[in-house]
Design a protein around this ligand. Structure first.
Ligand code: P70
Length: 463
């Protein structure tokens, strides 16, 4: 089957409510046309993020009841440690409440002012945590990653020529580690090939630079390797993961993605000295090393989720469901980023609403229209999130991509709901000329997308 049906049946349901267009119009006005400010109860299909939004399995819920809430040495920590070691293979396992805390602990320990950390593309929290240390976060993905039309099987790959140039330019002493984000969220959930990881490792070895993974969506990346990379068709998923992580020295993880939990993360690594320093910091800011800001039951759910996520039937359905949405849209001529990624479909706003000028936030306008007309919430990944004001000229520096991301929560929506999303977007595309641009009325100095407020520009056709 090209699009496998759900490999689970539903045991618990959460009702979702349809609102009227009038209600949504009012809610949008109150929210300043910012979808982060709309209450989730007024959203019909919520594709804001795949992070922390998974449905847990009965086995995970059963595990929650076996939570042991001792301050030190909970058995759930040992289950979790064993699961992480068996999948990722690193010696030290440090739990955190979510991914960005793992990043913060790692970078505050090993990154010093004036250093730099290369990555394929840093997610915004990794970038922010590196910059917080007055260091530089460099994006060195292959250039094709920025072309929404270019179809490559591993569009998240690191550009090894640029990586070597950077090492030679800044010197290995100023690069405490390099990272690879699997899958590459910021440019479409695109995977990195095993071959590219192997070569990245070989290159870094020549300069003695450690390699860490941002492993949030590791299982999805491993599934793409199995599907697309020669030599892996018959390799079991856990073996693919072991080989991949074997090329690294450690990883940061937001288990809110491929840990199939609603909260949780970790840091896992081999270096004893780094682990010791990080653990000392963990105790200061997060909690004792056998719970790291989580309850025992959360650790148990994470231990079980990490094993479940490597199940091939699950992954085939998961990647298939995202692809199903993407292909329905693509076949109807809706402009999307290609190839279709692991966790989300990205609408290309530059082509969807070409009549909206860049300074009127085309992707934000598209996301707002999708909510207003159909109650579907995506997230803008474009000028609102990544645009910068050049203080010297007063001009806006626009990011390359202007997208609306439709992130699919894991095991949450049925294929019929996904069909509803596709049909809604296809309808909206037919009516696209009616979508109006936005003007910014408030922005915070950092991470403005969460709290920015907008007004609607006059009707495009009336200009
Ligand atoms: C997402 C969320 C989180 C993330 C990530 C990668 C590759 C680290 C983290 C941080 C964030 C988000 C974006 C828009 C709306 C809501 C949420 N990604 N590395 O959806 O992990 O959140 O656990 O601290 O993608 O992509 P954490």
């Amino acid at each position: 089957m090209r699009f496998p049906s759900e490999p689970f049946k539903i045991k618990v349901v959460e009702p979702i409510r349809r609102t009227t267009r009038e209600e949504r119009e009012r809610l949008l006005q109150e929210a300043g046309y910012n979808l982060f400010q709309v209450s989730a109860a007024s959203v019909y299909v919520d594709l804001l993020t795949d992070s922390g939004t998974s449905a847990m399995s009965d086995d995970q819920w059963a595990g929650m009841m076996l939570g042991n809430e001792s301050y030190a040495g909970s058995k759930n920590y040992y289950h979790f440690e064993e699961a992480v070691r068996s999948i990722f293979g690193y010696r030290h396992v440090i739990p955190t409440h979510q991914g960005r805390m793992a990043e913060n602990l790692l970078f505050s320990t090993v990154v010093k002012a004036g250093m730099c950390v290369p990555n394929n593309i840093h997610f915004d929290t990794t970038r922010a945590n590196i910059e917080h240390q007055h260091a530089e976060a460099l994006d060195l993905v292959i250039k094709e990653a920025y072309d929404p039309q270019c179809e490559l099987p591993f569009k998240g790959n690191m550009d090894l020529v640029r990586l070597e140039d950077v090492i030679n330019r800044v010197g290995p002493a100023r690069i405490p580690l390099a990272m690879v984000t699997i899958t590459n969220n910021s440019a479409g959930g695109q995977p990195v090939s095993m071959d590219n990881i192997r070569r990245t490792r070989a290159l870094l070895n020549r300069y003695g630079i450690p390699l860490f993974f941002d492993a949030c969506r590791f299982a999805e990346n491993c599934f793409f390797i199995k599907e697309r990379e020669p030599g892996y068709t018959d390799t079991p998923m856990p073996e693919i993961a072991r080989e991949l992580f074997g090329y690294g020295d450690g990883c940061t993880m937001s288990a809110k993605k491929d840990g199939l939990v609603n909260i949780g993360g970790f840091l896992s690594l081999n270096r004893d000295q780094w682990a010791q320093d990080i653990t000392n910091m963990l105790i200061l800011v997060e909690g004792f090393p056998t719970y790291g800001g989580l309850a025992g039951r959360d650790l148990e759910a994470m231990a079980r989720g990490l094993r479940e996520v490597l199940d091939e039937d699950y992954l085939r359905f998961r990647i298939g469901q995202v692809r199903y949405l993407g292909e329905l849209l693509n076949n109807a001529g809706v402009p999307i980023l290609k190839p279709i990624g692991g966790h989300a479909v990205y609408l290309n706003a530059k082509e969807f609403v070409p009549h909206i000028r860049r300074d009127e936030f085309p992707a934000q306008a598209l996301a707002v229209a999708l909510y207003r007309e159909y109650g579907i919430r995506g997230v803008e990944i474009g000028t609102v999130m990544f645009g910068k004001n050049d203080t010297a000229t007063g001009r806006t520096i626009y990011p390359e991509l202007e997208m609306v991301r439709l992130a699919i929560p894991r095991r949450v929506y049925t294929n019929m709901q996904i069909t509803y999303v596709a049909e809604s977007i296809i309808d909206l595309y037919r009516d696209r000329e009616r979508i109006r641009g936005l003007t910014l009325t408030y922005e915070a100095p950092v991470l403005r997308h969460f709290t920015a407020r907008f007004q609607e520009a006059p009707c495009a056709t009336a200009r």
